[in-house]
Design a protein. Structure first.
Lengths: 346, 346
């Protein structure tokens, strides 16, 4: 700690939370009372209230050797917003609880909050509460996000029907390849010591996808503007395969997607080649893309085919046909969940 | 781990959360969709929505050497319910996120959830979501609670006015003395090894106050039944002194309480004497009582004086008179926040 940095103990638990939230301005009419009482007070008249929560732990979900605190804060907020958009809703409020060990200064926590606040600013969300605590080891971030949807407009995972089209926004696998790159450079940096310069040139896109993902508000808005309501929707946080299987299970349907239609960015492809990895496997099973996966009735084919933010990758089938992918050479491959499992990773 | 215990990795992240929540039954009409999608869906038509959150960390907020997991789960839920009652609301839903290291088995987590579920059962609350993750060290519990209040019935900290009566429910300092007892017995148990038998007889009340606190739903209900609406209210989680100062600051008032009126249980008094501690200091500054501190207009004096669940301990004054306590011998002592600060504790 340098002389200009501030020990958290000097502010105390209440001092810190006051300090971090004192300049919070309320943006939403549904926020009646934010930080500063036993609970926040919200008013969701005539709307459905959506609630989602996410726990991020240092050493499990993030590594501060390559993830700047401001980016981490931004991402921690955005992944929650993504869950609300995936219900066809709009995020409105978050609560933020953090646990910090003694190696963090007030300035560190300010950086983290700067990222959270920036995400709130961009997505029009109010920070309405939270909790700050000491932790024995490392940084812990728990965010809960509340949002709203018009009555009857909530889109669940369970609404997909036979013949529906399967669509996905953006491109897949980039966040995963960004993580592989960061991991490699970290290893190299340990070997090379002070002479180390990370080899990130021309790989900015995949890094940004890993370090500073966005929630696809634009997709939800485009769907509304073209008058299409998805039958099922979720965000791609654990990998396309895993999420497709969730929709198939919840909706009691099968699915058939086409390898050649899976959207993959050029940088993702280059990186996979550099690592000698199977590109499609990375796109199917790499997590943290935060794209939206959704199904629409066949009758909306023309409208969704013309969408800017998403493309059609397959169709929903009867359950007995299972979940499969047709490869470029016409073979049929079963879709398996190989999503990330924090309990078995070493 | 014995042969009958189950490694968490054998179920995986999704398996575990499914396993823990599969028998959840929805109790509230405001719960439209619970566990199993990107977000829970709630409907709070014509009501205010209340949201509070709490992060509990092993080694900071609890010690598993004397806190059974089931009790811990119960307490983790109840402290959130307490915050909702403190707003004059009714808790309806919680989300539960936990981080668990490899030393925990599926059976351990089931115990923790059994406590959370029991609290939900008793208080009529639905578990609607959450997240289960590996952690590097120790157990992490993050609970967010949603509740409702009739429009215009929310009670803030900021509504206390000069001449209002100050009331507190139950008794104070017991949870703190329970913690002191548990800490002492833990130290003795380390010295005595296998011959150790904890000396808990006749101290059941203070232990229960520490290990299995209740939220004061009955107080909120009694206030409603006698037609008294508090002007300000909060729960006593950090100690009476600290909470009184919060109300004084938020309401821009002073206060005067009377030492002889502070409610203290016999077991608390005995324990303080055994430890040679100042009893009033313990009652004023000991945390985790989860009693309700509230103020009512002077005109309601007769009604609150007859309350079963709470008693009058003082009155609100003009701000320039400050916050003070009149001691038994008639001296005036300033009230200072000496509540627990996790950042400075060693």
């Amino acid at each position: 700690m340098t002389r200009t940095e501030t020990e958290i103990a000097s502010l105390g638990e209440f001092g810190l939370i006051d300090h971090l939230t004192k300049d919070a301005k309320i943006k939403n009419t549904s926020t009646i009372k934010g930080v500063g009482d036993d609970a926040a007070v919200l008013r969701y008249a005539d709307k459905e209230t959506l609630v989602t929560t996410d726990l991020l732990l240092e050493g499990i979900h993030f590594d501060l050797t390559y993830c700047p605190l401001k980016h981490l804060g931004y991402k921690a907020a955005v992944v929650n917003f993504s869950d609300i958009y995936a219900m066809n809703g709009t995020p409105r409020q978050i609560t933020v609880s953090i646990g910090v060990s003694k190696r963090f200064t007030v300035e560190h926590i300010e950086e983290l909050y700067a990222g959270i606040k920036l995400a709130c600013e961009i997505y029009g969300v109010d920070m309405v509460g939270g909790d700050t605590s000491a932790s024995v080891t490392g940084l812990i971030i728990s965010i809960t996000c509340m949002g709203e949807a018009e009555k009857g407009e909530v889109v669940y995972r369970s609404g997909a029907r036979d013949t529906d089209l399967i669509c996905v926004s953006g491109d897949l696998g980039a966040a995963y390849m960004g993580l592989q790159l960061l991991e490699r450079e970290r290893t190299v940096s340990k070997q090379d010591g002070e002479d180390f310069r990370p080899a990130f040139e021309g790989k900015e896109y995949i890094l940004e996808r890993q370090l500073k993902p966005e929630a696809r508000r634009d997709v939800v808005e485009e769907l509304r503007s073209i008058g299409v309501r998805p039958t099922a929707m979720m965000d791609v946080s654990d990998g396309l395969s895993s999420e497709l299987l969730h929709i198939c299970k919840a909706s009691n349907v099968g699915c058939r997607i086409y390898e050649e239609r899976i959207p993959i960015d050029y940088q993702t492809a280059c990186m996979a080649e550099e690592f000698g990895m199977n590109l499609v496997t990375a796109a199917l099973n790499g997590g943290e893309d935060y794209e939206l996966l959704f199904t629409v009735p066949l009758v909306d084919h023309e409208k969704v085919a013309a969408m800017k933010t998403a493309k059609i990758i397959g169709r929903i089938t009867r359950p007995e046909l299972g979940a499969c992918m047709e490869s470029r050479d016409g073979n049929e491959l079963p879709i398996r969940a190989q999503g990330w499992n924090a309990f078995t990773e070493e």
